[in-house]
Ligand binder design. Sequence first.
Ligand SMILES: CC(C)(COP(=O)(O)OP(=O)(O)OC[C@H]1O[C@@H](n2cnc3c(N)ncnc32)[C@H](O)[C@@H]1OP(=O)(O)O)[C@@H](O)C(=O)NCCC(=O)NCCS
Length: 141
Amino acid sequence: MIRLATLNDLDEVVRIHKATINNMKNPYKLFKIIIKKGNCYVYADPEVRGAITFDINRMQNPYNKDYGRQKIFWLDQLIIDPTHQGKGLGSKLMVYMIQKSTLQKRFVCNLDLIEYYKGFGFIVHDIVTINQRDQAIMLLE
Ligand SMILES: CC(C)(COP(=O)(O)OP(=O)(O)OC[C@H]1O[C@@H](n2cnc3c(N)ncnc32)[C@H](O)[C@@H]1OP(=O)(O)O)[C@@H](O)C(=O)NCCC(=O)NCCS
């Protein structure tokens, strides 16, 4: 059910992104790069119902380019098709990714999702302002 995304999934992933977060100028181009890099997993039954992306780097805070020594597993876009939300698919993708790596995990989310991510063991590491909106940097050791 959860598998690495391929370029065949690109159209569906972009469609779901546009129907949910929709915060990129050129999601097609960006998701193509992410999928080619092997940094996107999808939940498929076999239709793609959701996706999660990640990246590994040494950044402590992507919003002030604060680099550290420790490698961090950054979870990025978690998106579930609106017609399939609330069925536990987002949680399945999140748990799958948490178990993939022993690196420290970080994730930037809207404040209204803090409690949701606390449910996976994340704590609030920092609150940053992005485009005049407060966002939480969540951390899981
Ligand atoms: C947030 C999201 C990924 C959750 O995935 P999902 O499959 O719908 O969630 P699950 O079924 O695993 O869990 C449902 C729980 O999430 C909570 N939840 C979902 N969206 C929420 C939101 N925007 N704010 C607060 N809680 C939310 C619900 O309260 C629900 O809790 P309950 O089971 O106690 O009722 C999904 O709703 C989504 O794609 N939203 C739009 C994109 C987005 O905001 N992504 C997160 C970027 S930080």
